[in-house]
Design a protein around this ligand. Structure first.
Ligand code: NAD
Length: 401
């Protein structure tokens, strides 16, 4: 109990941006240790964030794509289900969960019949369910590959959360499964549908700061007490190396889409403090330097062990600076462009549109055969870079790509 109170107190001081990145924090009960959460699909309790609608969404429009939401955690309940319900061309058609009470509650809130509730054990019968055309995989990362493969085997398209998987080999298997099934695979990189990040990409393409000299990104927060028995984000088999895959991936992605380049070399350092149950299996922080063909560089920092929370991207060019702080949140983005000593705050739109836009993008790809902006190949590309980052840190040298 003391541990619980302590956890909650620690949690209270964390910002909403932190909560967005780490919804598990508030449910961390103790740091007493124990067996790690198993790397298989199981039912977990109701998450500590995410609200259900007061009344079910209206009936879907003709031609709308039905999605089964797999894994009813914080992000699924807080963002994915509302996004599917708010989209123009998509809707929630089923849920997949290992927790029957939770699944029933969610299904009722979204107006789903009982036979649209699937468990992991009876998931395969979804193959005969024509109401479901796609699966939105919102499971912990270490389960993405297995359940994406099963979804393709059931004849469904898959929108899979980031990071795509734990290794490039897993990503390649997911892409192969998509091709074998003749079904689409998209990765939930929501920033590609978010007005601030889209505007930033456009500004950089238009040379708004002149030739880019350097990019800095930082994605960090102080993780509260937790351990491998209670939080999949600190279990290597479910989360990989930790903060880089979970949060630093936003900084890595930003460096790529703001520079418009792929790095030619990577050099990195990881930290993993001893005797800290949060970091028994994962790294606490990762610092990465990227070198691009143009000569531009990027400095990326991500950490679960640093306060205050930060989520920024800064591009310095020969003719100006673009600062995004916060850069990649669910909302609350801020963006400032400075040129000739004059700073201008840019507000290109409402970040909240990113979730529904992303789901509609997948629906359009399914219905119209349009190109997916964030396909499995992009997820694979990023995991290949993450592997190079870890290899550089392990070998203590720059890796040429
Ligand atoms: P969460 O812990 O809140 O939810 C995970 C869900 O998976 C739970 O409902 C749980 O019941 C289910 N589950 C099944 N097997 C499990 C197991 N062995 N261990 C733990 N949970 C298990 O996590 P989340 O924050 O919702 O993250 C889920 C996925 O969504 C991850 O891939 C994460 O990276 C991604 N995510 C993306 C964003 C984004 O902004 N795009 C934000 C948060 C999370």
């Amino acid at each position: 109990m003391t541990g619980l109170i302590h956890s909650r107190r620690r949690f209270m001081v964390l910002s909403s941006a932190t909560l967005a990145a780490a919804p598990w924090l508030a449910s961390c009960a103790s740091a007493e240790g124990g067996a790690a959460i198993p790397a298989k699909a199981i039912g977990m309790p109701w998450p500590n964030w995410g609200e259900l609608p007061d009344s079910p969404p209206p009936a879907p429009q003709e031609g709308s794509v039905g999605f089964a939401v797999m894994g009813l955690g914080g992000y699924a309940i807080g963002k994915v289900l509302p996004a599917l319900a708010n989209g123009q061309r998509c809707h929630v058609a089923a849920v997949v969960s290992g927790n029957p009470e939770k699944a029933k509650k969610v299904a009722a809130a979204y107006g789903l019949p009982e036979d649209a509730i699937y468990s992991y054990e009876d998931f395969d019968r979804i193959a005969d369910d024509d109401r479901v055309e796609a699966v939105y995989n919102v499971l912990p990362t270490g389960l993405h590959m297995r359940w994406t493969e099963k979804s393709f085997a059931a004849g469904k398209h898959v929108l899979c959360e980031k990071p795509m998987a734990l290794s490039s080999e897993e990503c390649e298997r997911m892409i192969a499964a998509s091709e074998a099934a003749g079904k689409k695979l998209m990765i939930g990189y929501r920033c590609h549908f978010e007005p601030f990040n889209l505007r930033a990409m456009e500004l950089m393409r238009d040379g708004a700061v002149g030739p880019i000299k350097s990019i800095e990104t930082a994605q960090q927060y102080m993780m509260g007490p937790t351990d491998v028995s209670e939080n999949w984000r600190v279990v290597r088999a479910l989360a990989g190396g930790g903060p880089l895959e979970d949060y630093g991936l936003y900084g890595l992605q930003s460096a790529l889409y703001l520079s418009g380049e792929m790095p030619v070399a990577v050099k990195a350092v990881t930290e993993q403090p001893a005797n800290d149950p949060r970091f028994a299996e994962i790294f606490s922080s990762v610092t990465t330097e990227l070198r691009f063909p143009s000569g531009a560089t990027a400095h990326l920092y991500t950490s679960y062990n640093d306060a205050p929370s930060r989520n920024l991207a800064r591009v310095e060019g020969e003719a100006g600076v673009l600062l995004m702080d916060p850069a990649t949140g669910y909302d609350g983005q801020k963006m400032t462009l400075t040129r000739d000593g004059v700073s201008e705050d840019l507000v290109p739109g409402d970040p909240n549109v990113q979730f529904a836009r992303m789901c509609d993008h997948m629906a359009a790809a399914i219905r119209d055969g349009s190109e997916i902006l964030t396909p499995g190949e992009m997820g694979l590309r990023d995991i290949v870079l993450i592997e190079a980052i870890y290899r550089s840190a392990a070998e203590g040298r720059e890796i040429t790509l």
